[in-house]
Design a protein around this ligand. Structure first.
Ligand SMILES: C[S@@+](CC[C@H](N)C(=O)[O-])C[C@H]1O[C@@H](n2cnc3c(N)ncnc32)[C@H](O)[C@@H]1O
Length: 263
């Protein structure tokens, strides 16, 4: 057995990372083996990276609670019951929890700027699919949420089915080779810093392979620990480096700033 296969096996056996997609575990394992002093030290390096870019946002119990919340809904739930369940699930992941106070207006305002999309791809989506009741998408609009966790894709697909939408959620590693699906609007919310921590060139590479008419990028205005640390200014500079001048608009809300890039 190769060092890579052994390390992937160890990560796959852990409670925290067993649902992360194969491609991501393989990539992080290779990265950790290349930089750890010895194969035995690579597991700690890999775990630290996975925690930083994935595990820190939601615990395994959060996924379980999300599943239970869906289990608890009656067979044909009212719209109000679904919304209540969605709010509960949005609270389970750090990113969407922070967005709850603005969820009713941020998407409506962002999609007013892009124009009503016939298709949306939500990259590195986390639990953002549970914001669908407030996105105001047309019933026929195709919404495709993608992240690196099989269980998350399963949970998102259950919600999509409840909402009468195609079960389009799947795994996609943005640092892998898979082409991105085409869409009118791509959402890449609060994820560029997370991609950058996996590879300094990843934000530019991912933006370079987008296939969409408009892309919506957002950044948190506080760190997970709750501190501000000049994040607004440094993310703004990053956008100025990454996006062509004059092609984007900015909308700031408490806790999150959105950049809407018209391509
Ligand atoms: C800060 S959270 C943002 C979640 C969601 N976009 C939101 O705003 O609520 C970062 C997300 O990026 C995902 N992620 C990390 N690395 C990724 C990669 N290489 N490809 C795709 N998604 C990734 C994590 O699983 C996590 O859900």
């Amino acid at each position: 057995v190769s060092d890579e296969a052994r390390l992937v096996g160890a990560l796959r056996d852990s409670r925290k990372y067993r649902h992360v997609c194969d491609e991501t575990l393989g990539r992080v394992a290779r990265w950790a083996l290349a930089r750890a002093a010895a194969p035995a030290a690579a597991e700690a390096v890999a775990r630290r990276k996975l925690h930083q870019v994935y595990g820190a946002y939601a615990t395994p119990e959060a996924w379980r609670t999300a599943e239970k919340t869906l289990d608890a809904l009656p067979p044909a739930p009212s719209a109000a019951a679904v919304e209540e369940a969605c709010r509960r699930v949005l609270r389970l992941h750090a990113s969407t929890r922070e967005r709850l106070p603005i969820v009713e207006r941020c998407f409506a305002e962002v999609f007013a700027i892009t124009g009503p999309p016939a298709s949306v791809v939500d990259l590195a989506c986390g639990l953002d699919p549970f914001a669908l009741p407030w996105m105001g998408l047309a019933p026929a609009a195709l919404y495709t949420p993608l992240d690196i966790d099989e269980r998350l894709a399963g949970i998102a697909n259950r919600l999509l089915a409840l909402l009468g939408r195609p079960r389009s959620a799947a795994c996609l590693d943005l640092l892998g080779d898979a082409p991105l699906p085409e869409a009118d609007v791509v959402l890449l919310l609060k994820s560029l810093p997370c991609l950058e921590r996996q590879d300094a060139g990843a934000p530019a590479a991912v933006l370079g392979k987008l296939r969409c008419k408009a892309a919506v990028l957002s950044f948190p205005l506080k760190s997970l620990g709750g501190r501000e640390r000049g994040m607004r200014e440094s993310y703004h500079r990053r956008i100025e480096e990454l996006l062509p001048r004059g092609r984007w608009t900015k909308r700031e809300y408490p806790g999150e700033v959105f950049y809407i890039w018209s391509r």
